[in-house]
Design a protein around this ligand. Structure first.
Ligand SMILES: CC(C)(COP(=O)(O)OP(=O)(O)OC[C@H]1O[C@@H](n2cnc3c(N)ncnc32)[C@H](O)[C@@H]1OP(=O)(O)O)[C@@H](O)C(=O)NCCC(=O)NCCS
Length: 145
């Protein structure tokens, strides 16, 4: 498996991955492509045998960054792929002082992964998500250079 900066050729593979992870609420190919194109965005993929099995999308405004998407294919979970994608993103986001993210309150696996990187829960946004309706936990990490 290799981790690499995402290229336009990965868009269809990322779409397939996100469909498998998020179903109907998965980003469209257009959203994936525009995330890749955004200034101050960093997208990376994990690829195994030419299949995209992991994806992270990060963006920054001035010194405030956010993880806007993270997904690992079900059959590749608990093998350290998510951790490696977060590490790669952190090593690529120089100049950022804080990183925030939103996560479903019930997503204890993702919350555990983020806590391992010293993200701390700071607030809850009530009923933030639809299908199913659920609170979002907002987590923030301070980045020390
Ligand atoms: C959350 C997600 C990205 C984690 O990816 P992963 O590759 O399985 O994570 P890793 O194997 O790198 O896990 C690193 C650590 O995070 C924690 N962790 C990850 N998944 C966990 C789970 N399901 N339950 C408990 N802890 C978990 C563990 O501490 C783990 O270390 P360990 O395996 O040595 O115990 C993956 O489960 C996923 O894609 N889920 C669906 C999409 C999603 O929820 N995305 C996040 C949106 S905010």
């Amino acid at each position: 498996m290799i981790l690499q900066k995402m290229q336009p050729g990965h868009i269809a593979g990322v779409k397939e991955l996100l469909d498998g992870c998020f179903g109907e609420s998965a980003w469209s190919e257009q959203s994936i492509a525009s995330q890749l194109d955004k200034a101050d965005s960093y997208c990376a993929v994990a690829v195994d045998e030419e299949k995209v099995v992991g994806y992270i999308a990060f963006e920054a405004i001035a010194d405030e960054g956010s993880i806007v998407e993270l997904a690992v294919s079900p059959e590749y979970r608990r093998k350290g792929v998510g951790k490696k994608l977060v590490e790669l993103m952190l090593s690529s986001c120089s100049g950022v002082k804080t990183i925030c993210l939103e996560v479903r309150a019930s997503n204890t696996g993702a919350i555990a992964l983020y806590e391992a990187f010293d993200f701390v829960p700071v607030t809850v946004r009530k009923n933030y998500y639809d299908a199913p309706r659920e609170d979002a936990v907002i987590m923030i990490k301070k980045v020390y250079e």
